[in-house]
Design a protein around this ligand. Structure first.
Ligand code: DX5
Ligand code: ZN
Length: 224
């Protein structure tokens, strides 16, 4: 099943509640919450206090994408603020197995993220533990970038691995997903589609979400 995870990074923060409501009415089923620290990525965004406020007006699962160094130090705070899913970057975790178990100990779904230059092979030993793998289709740090086509082959690789090993993690994709690229993303194996600019960039988030999901579903029909 295809799910849309609206990334609030491109939302108007002064009207966050309205924007999330509109995206939800358009069929968004996950709220993607991008956390950047200015160290791991060259940008700074939002943290637990914003999540705590967001939690009050949405029942949808909140998917915290931690683009930060030292995630172990903050996982408890994000869980306490209302995160349902938490993902950490393979590139920053010296003890990835421990970090993933830490996320689970807070009753959150645990995800691992790989940057465009990080191979799927680096995840071999953690695929049994994770609930989802997030494949970055842009270099993390900013919304509104262009999807890097090479990253698409990792989606196929992951779905093959999953079938071969009888696992059931979900495959999430993040960056540059829009009307022009979403077809290729789902045909390559993307299941949870993160979209910021395409949902909140311009126009009505409800209509944008609806259209994006429809384009994705139509592309799946062609695939079948
Ligand atoms: C990028 C973030 C993304 C971003 C995607 O570092 O992780 O979640 O919001 O934005 P778009 O959909 O605009 O590429
Ligand atoms: Zn993200």
């Amino acid at each position: 099943m295809i799910q849309l995870a609206a990334s609030i990074l491109s939302a108007d923060f002064a009207h966050l509640a309205d924007q999330v409501r509109a995206a939800t009415e358009g069929g968004t089923s996950v709220i993607h919450f991008d956390v950047m620290d200015g160290h791991f990525v060259p940008n700074i965004t939002i943290g637990p206090p914003v999540l705590q406020s967001l939690r009050k007006f949405t029942k949808l699962p909140v998917d915290c994408h931690l683009m930060i160094e030292n995630p172990d130090q903050y996982i408890g705070d994000f869980a306490a603020a209302g995160a349902n899913w938490i993902s950490v970057h393979q590139e920053v975790c010296r003890h990835l197995d421990r970090t993933l178990h830490l996320i689970k100990s807070h009753n959150c779904r645990a995800g691992v993220v790989i940057n465009p230059a990080t191979p799927v092979d680096t995840l071999t030993e953690v695929l049994e533990i994770v609930d989802y793998v997030l494949v970055m289709s842009v270099n993390p740090g900013f919304g509104g970038q262009k999807l890097i086509p090479n990253t698409m082959r990792k989606l196929r690789q992951l779905s093959d691995l999953r079938a071969r090993r009888g696992l059931n993690f979900l495959i999430e994709v993040d960056g540059g997903i829009g009307f022009d690229t979403v077809g290729e993303v789902v045909r390559s194996g993307g299941e949870i589609l993160v979209a910021g600019n395409a949902v909140f960039g311009k126009g009505d988030p409800k209509t944008n979400a609806e259209k994006l999901l429809k384009t994705a579903q139509d592309a799946m029909m062609v695939k079948l």
